[in-house]
Structures are given as structure tokens and as C-alpha cells.
Ligand binder design. Sequence first.
Ligand SMILES: *[C@@H]1O[C@H](CO)[C@@H](O)[C@H](O)[C@H]1NC(C)=O
Ligand SMILES: *[C@@H]1O[C@H](CO)[C@@H](O)[C@H](O)[C@H]1NC(C)=O
Length: 437
Amino acid sequence: MLTLLVFLSLIYGLEGADVVLSCSLIEEGGGMGGMMGGSMFKRTPSTLVFRDLVGNADLSPELVTPYNPPETPNADDLIFELMLPTIQIPNADLLLHADCNEQEVVCEISRYVPRDADLDSLPAHFIGSVQLDGGGISLTLVLQTLHSETTLSHTQPLVQSTLNLTLSQAGTLLTEVVFVVFSRVPSIVAPIGSDVLLDCGFRQKVSVPGQEVALEWRLQHRGNGRKILDMKAREEETDTAPELFVDREGTSAEADLLVRDGNASLTMQRLKVTDEGTYICTVGSGEFQTQQIVQLHITQPPDVTLSEEKLIFQDSTPQKLSCHCQRYYPLDVQVEWFSQAPSAEEPVSLTKESSLSSHRQHSDGTYSLSSYLTLRPDEHPAGTVVTCRVSHFALETPRDVSLTAEKTEPRKAFWTVILMLAISVVFLYQAFRGAEN
Ligand SMILES: *[C@@H]1O[C@H](CO)[C@@H](O)[C@H](O)[C@H]1NC(C)=O
Ligand SMILES: *[C@@H]1O[C@H](CO)[C@@H](O)[C@H](O)[C@H]1NC(C)=O
């Protein structure tokens, strides 16, 4: 039940371009009175309008589709109008370009209660979660309602029916972004043994000098959660080191980058299969705290080898060939076989005639598997190329290993063996007799 983008359009404002997203307001307990157990969620369609998200210097007017607020303000409409007073969100222009690239945007809004506040206190707060499908940027915004300019109006201000909050004269709920946690790389793929940077950052409207910033990174994997890093840091902390807890070797975050630049990224060295999972970056500063998710996928391409270096048939004895795929991750691997006779134009698939071993898992979490194929000399004349093709997530293109069938060596080898045997028998006989005397 993900919210899908219905439209994403821009208004060409005076100061910059606005971005309009279709969202869902998510509320707990959607009127399922009497139902025991798990709470239900209610979704109400809503709109999120970023005012002046990006400066319009690089924008061509053709890109722009005007957003028209409803002509008659309606108490049932839910339009969140977002001001970004001092906050600059890095790479926010990706939201603009998502439209051209036909990328889907997932947008959800829910109520938020800051520290030391309660649900009914004003100004009201919301959390907006905006994600570009297929990566790019992911934002978690804390929105705070603004007082609208209703005092001059003689008429009763319009009150939004779902939220019981006063609307602006245009019928929108005026808010400003007071805190944002973002990731510009919300999903990352890295090989075993490499180092990785999990991107996470935050911005806030008001930063009190000397205020403590709390950062926590958790790893969530297959239902298990574990704290990886916990840091509390302040600006201008010269003699005292930041409070730090780390539960993984070779893992760090920079306290000074955190407080100075809002950079909450996590560095992990020498990745292992067990590092794979969903990382949750939680940043807290002052009365606000929110989080961002970064997915880490570990990969390792298979090492592909054939069991034989040469393919030489003896008589009419079939030859067994094994294709070994070793130490790869993740589990899924595809093995195909082909043969191409010298006279043939196209290779023929032999995959159906092959059989697979079961997966073996190594202590480092990687897997190995073998595929077996039995080849008959009459079907594979000299010059036939036999190929094992392996496809895996970590390989950009499938990996091929091949052998060429060589000229059959008739009886010669067989007679060599008989001759050797005969010599050995004679030798042993002589030795035995020698020992007896
Ligand atoms: C709506 O909010 C006002 C105060 O802003 C309050 O007096 C009133 O009880 C609220 N109504 C509902 C239905 O919660
Ligand atoms: C944080 O700092 C690192 C290293 O300087 C950089 O690569 C990364 O892009 C920064 N991330 C954010 C969110 O600022």
C-alpha cells in the first residue's frame, strides 16, 4: 500500500521553482471501532507544495507546469504549503528532475510531536517523508504550522476538517520546514572487503550555539535490530571528546562534521556479508529528532572455473564436465551451458541436460555451487566449443568459461596403460622372487 505519485509539477515562481507532490496523510486508528489488537491506519489524499525549492537559474520555462490552488478554498482539502526559510536541502533539484525522468515519488505525511510538547499544543507539527523511487534522494522533513494572515479578514477563518487547523486564505495549511534528515544515497551496493560511506545529513532552521547533536545508527536485518553507533557532540567542544559508542570494528562518524556541516554519514571499513541490511540514521537536535533509512546490499561476484583444462574423448566414453561458481553473494546464481560445433552458426543450449549441486555456504557468508554436464563424443566433434555461462547480480555481464573439444585419441592411451601394467607386474614378480631368496 504505497502511495504513488499522481502528479509532480512545478510553478515558476518569482524566487524559484516550486515542487508539488501528491501525498497521503497517515493517521492511526481509522475508525475501526470495536476491532481489538493492531491499530489501523487511515490514508487521506493530500498535497505537498514546496515553495521555492530550487533557484530557477537553471530551469527552462518549458519544464514548468503551473500548479493552481483550488479557486474556492475547501475545508476538506489538505494542502501543505512548505516554506524553506533558511534551510537548503542538498540535491533537492532531483525532485524537479524526477518529473522528466518519470521517476515515482513516495510521499507520506503524519502527525509529529516534538520533545516536551503534546499533541494538542500549537504550533502543530508534521513529518513528511519523501522518497524518489529507484534512489536519488530521500527526505524526512519536520513541518511546523505558521500563523496565517487571517486577522485582517472579516470572515471566519477556514478550519481544515480532518486536522482542525486554521487554513490560509488560499485554503492551504501554511508550514515551514524546521528540521530535515536526508540521504542522497538511500540505497548502496558494495563488495565484500570494501569500505563504504552511508550518506546521511541534517539541516535545521534554528541552531542554538553549543547545542548537543545526537546521532544514532542502527542496523535492522531479518527482524533483528542492533545499535552500531551512538554519538553525542557539541560545537566548540575543545577539550572534551564527544560521547561515543561503537559496536562494529572499523566504523566511524565525524563529530565535527556532524555539528559543523550537518553531516551524519557513517563510514564502515572491510565490509562483511553480515553488514548487509537496513541502516537507520537518527539525528536529534533540540526538540526535534527524526530518521532516514539507508539500505546496504553486499555483493561478491562468483569465481567461475571448469573442472577440466582440455576436452579429449577416449573412445566413446562420455566425459563429465563441472562448472564451479565459488564464493559469491547474494545467493541467486544462474548457470547455463552451450555448445557450438565448428560447422554450426548458432550455439545450442545444453542447460536442460545439466544438473546442479546444492548451495554450500562458507563461514564468510558467501556461497558456492557447481553445475555438471555429461558430454558424448559422437555429439561433440573436434572443434566444438562448450561454454559455461554464469549470471549473477554482482556481474555486469554474464561470465563465460569455454573449452574446445580436441581430436579423439583412439586406443593409444588404452594400450599405454596395458603396457605399463604389464611392466609393473613383471617388475613386481622379479622383486618378489629376489626377496624370497
Ligand atoms: C478544534 O480546535 C479548537 C481550538 O483550536 C478546539 O477548541 C476544538 O475543541 C477543536 N475541535 C475538535 C473537534 O477537536
Ligand atoms: C559527509 O562527508 C563525506 C566525507 O567528506 C562526504 O563524502 C559526504 O558526501 C558528506 N555527506 C553529507 C550528507 O554531507
